[in-house]
Design a protein around this ligand. Structure first.
Ligand code: HEM
Ligand code: HEM
Length: 416
């Protein structure tokens, strides 16, 4: 079988690339659908998430993504090959509408082979909390920051572009079947390995097969239409629709009033760090700025557990298996502040998910007048607090939770 195309039939390289792509596409679509279904179950607070479910979902997504980038690479080779090869001419150039439809679908398929994996890839690179691509080249993409908004948009785009691909593929396969079984012509056989049309003589470019821009324009119009319909149907989430859950905590009177601060946590999911933060918390702090070792104050921090933002796994993290915000809405750290020879520390207790355990928080303090800048870092073991005990595999979800606190507090005059 000759490697190159002629104007009458496809060569071995085009056929191999075509059927390899077909096999990959027909594998990756069900993989994506099944993995996405499992992910929905995990996000659903009414369904208990088991470690086996999480591991299966991660495995399917890793497989999906790895096949997806493979498709992208195969598509690049295929498109380059198609550009330098003669294109077998339509068998019925006289049937103008049918030819336009077939060629528009070919453009949609070629375009989808680039756009669908790219949108998935951007979604992957911008998401916190993900199943990795199985390759050694890293998980991020240049110019794509980890950002929830980009992740949502690219995820919606991926699902929309997949639908265009699905519709184009359905028309393509129906067309191939029609040619084979109804028209009984050689359209299918000239693409099939060893098909009868292979024996067709090499022919010069038939007359009337000039390249027209119409199919490409029609394909662009289809994508444009799909995006518009998706937009109108609300496929692309509006950031203003996101409202934080009601996590209001009662105001506290404090000798030192926090004016700015973050409580950040970092966990390791599938070997990659995922950073999150609590949006709602209060701190009641008393502190006298003396250099004498011994007790110098006290702190009580109350954290609204439901206010956690942890990328795409936020709902799962505050759900029953993990932090269980519904049963245990507030986490409390309460401690005296002690000045030691080496620095400041708060040796107290942390109550999380209904479990109270001792926790010592070493911290640094920079004073400038009546303003204090505090920094602290501590690592806790989620298993000690019964968090995610069904996910016992540290490779899936690490046991260590790195807590990092930065805050600025202002001394309040008039409160003793
Ligand atoms: C699985 C079922 C599939 C069947 C039965 C099938 C059949 C065919 C046939 C018969 C042709 C030749 C059409 C002609 O000569 O005018 C063709 C071409 C083509 N197919 Fe498929 N195909 C399938 C899957 C796919 C998939 C999954 C893709 C890509 C997403 C794809 C993309 C294309 C493209 C772009 C062409 C045009 C090739 C060119 O002219 O360079 N096909 N297909
Ligand atoms: C031609 C290649 C690809 C095809 C045909 C494809 C197809 C699909 C399908 C059918 C779904 C399920 C959509 C739904 O249930 O609504 C999906 C979801 C997904 N795909 Fe792909 N995919 C491809 C490439 C990729 C790549 C390269 C990545 C990442 C590197 C990726 C990441 C994802 C992710 C993360 C989801 C879940 C999206 C969500 O959260 O809603 N995909 N894909």
């Amino acid at each position: 079988m000759p490697a190159g195309n002629t104007h009458a039939r496809y060569g071995a390289v085009s056929k191999s690339l075509h059927w390899l792509t077909a096999l990959l596409i027909l594998t990756i679509i069900p993989l994506g659908l099944i993995a996405n279904d499992l992910a929905q179950d995990i996000r659903n607070p009414d369904i208990a998430t088991t470690a086996a479910m999480t591991a299966r979902t991660a495995l399917l997504f890793s497989l999906h993504k790895t096949l997806g980038v493979t498709i992208f690479a195969v598509a690049l080779v295929r498109i380059l090959w198609a550009l330098v090869q003669p294109k077998p001419a339509p068998l019925y150039p006289g049937r103008r509408l049918e030819t336009l439809l077939a060629q528009t679908v070919h453009w949609l398929l070629y375009g989808s082979l680039l756009l669908v994996p790219l949108s998935g890839w951007v979604h992957h690179a911008s998401t916190t909390g993900f199943a990795p691509i199985w390759w050694p080249f890293g998980q991020s993409l240049p110019f794509v920051p980890q950002n929830d908004r980009i992740a949502e948009l690219s995820g919606a785009l991926h699902r929309l572009l997949v639908q265009v691909l699905g519709a184009a593929l359905a028309l393509h396969v129906l067309g191939a079947l029609k040619h084979h079984f109804i028209d009984r012509d050689t359209t299918f056989l000239r693409m099939w390995p060893g098909g009868a049309a292979d024996s067709a003589p090499t022919s010069p470019a038939p007359r009337g097969t000039h390249h027209s821009a119409a199919p490409a324009i029609a394909a662009l119009a289809v994508w444009g239409l799909a995006l518009s319909v998706g937009y109108v149907a609300g496929t692309f989430p509006n950031p203003r629709e996101h409202h934080a859950p009601d996590t209001a905590l009662p105001m506290v009177q404090s000798e030192w009033q926090v004016t700015d601060g973050t409580i950040e946590i970092t966990i390791s999911q599938m070997g990659s760090p995922v950073v999150g933060r609590f949006e709602a918390w209060t701190a009641q702090i008393s502190y006298s700025d003396t250099n004498t070792p011994g007790p110098v104050g006290a702190v009580e921090t109350r954290i609204a557990v439901e206010s956690l933002v942890l990328g795409s796994v936020t709902k799962q993290a505050v759900g029953a298996d993990f932090l269980d915000a519904q049963q245990h809405p507030v986490a409390v750290f309460s401690a005296p502040i002690i000045r030691t020879e080496t620095g400041l520390q708060a040796p107290g207790t942390l109550t999380l998910r209904g479990t109270t355990l001792p926790l010592t928080l070493p911290f640094t303090l920079k004073m400038s007048g009546d303003t204090a800048h505090m920094k602290a870092r501590v690592v806790i073991d989620r298993m000690d607090f019964g968090i995610g005990t069904t996910t016992r595999d540290a490779a899936t979800l690490g046991f260590d939770v790195d807590v990092s606190i930065h805050l600025t507090a202002q001394r309040q005059t008039g409160i003793e």
